[in-house]
Design a binder for this molecule. Structure first.
Ligand code: FPP
Length: 225
């Protein structure tokens, strides 16, 4: 049985879910946050040590301002209202992505939350925000060159945002779309990928458990036979 150390998720389909329910796209994002909370709960129960969630890509800045502001507010509220719960549950929160582009207020609360949870070890939640994989790889190579070191796979890995995380065992994308959308391209070289038809707010405990159970019995070769 394959052990599960790291699950990464592209939480797609919030906007469509909101519209499908004759409401706004933002209504879908709010519902998406409820699914995030459910998935965190199950990950804790199943003793999965790393969970990485794609919450905002570098390309998402192209969305209408109203939607961007809503997503930022959702993040801010989440950190404000759930931080104590994260601490109690021994969850370590880490942001992967370029924090510089965020308003000062959000940066402050992100840094505060990371700092308050940094010693926790039960579940590492990595929120990918203003994250783009290609730029992450370019930045990693730039750092290596700046330090006048030789470029190697090991060095590129150790200069990514994810340098302290194991590679994802499982990548899930909901929303009935089969693409990777510039998410963890380097890190998922040997991950098992599950494309899920359901929109993210509809993704539930049983869908998640089905994937975890399917993964456990996959023969993983890592290039061998
Ligand atoms: C993709 O769906 C989803 C996002 C860009 C945002 C994801 C955010 C959440 C689930 C809220 C979580 C927030 C926190 C604080 C963790 P989409 O809007 O691209 O959906 P569509 O494909 O239907 O348009």
């Amino acid at each position: 049985m394959n052990p599960i150390k790291h699950v990464a998720i592209i939480m797609d389909g919030n906007g469509r879910w909101g519209l499908k329910h004759n409401k706004s796209r933002n209504h879908g994002h709010r519902a998406g946050l409820k699914t995030v909370e459910k998935i965190i709960k199950i990950s804790l129960k199943k003793k999965i040590p790393y969970l990485t969630l794609f919450a905002f890509s570098t390309e998402n800045w192209r969305r209408p301002k109203k939607e961007i502001n809503f997503l930022l507010k959702l993040l801010e509220n989440f950190l404000q209202t759930k931080l104590n719960q994260l601490i109690e549950q021994k969850i370590k929160l880490k942001i992967i992505g370029n924090k510089n582009k965020f308003p000062k207020r959000i940066k402050k609360i992100i840094n505060y939350s990371e700092n308050k949870t940094k010693k926790n070890k039960k579940l590492h939640i990595n929120l990918a925000i203003n994250y783009g994989s290609k730029s992450e790889i370019v930045e990693s190579i730039k750092k290596i060159i700046k330090k006048k070191q030789n470029v190697s796979e090991k060095k590129i890995t150790s200069n990514l945002y994810t340098s302290d995380l194991p590679n994802p065992d499982i990548l899930i994308r909901t929303g009935n779309t089969k693409r990777l959308s510039n998410f963890l391209l380097w890190q998922i070289a040997y991950s098992e990928i599950f494309f899920e038809k359901k929109l993210w707010p509809d993704f539930n405990e049983s869908d998640y458990l089905k994937i975890l159970n399917k993964f456990k019995i996959i023969k993983r070769n890592f290039g061998r036979i």
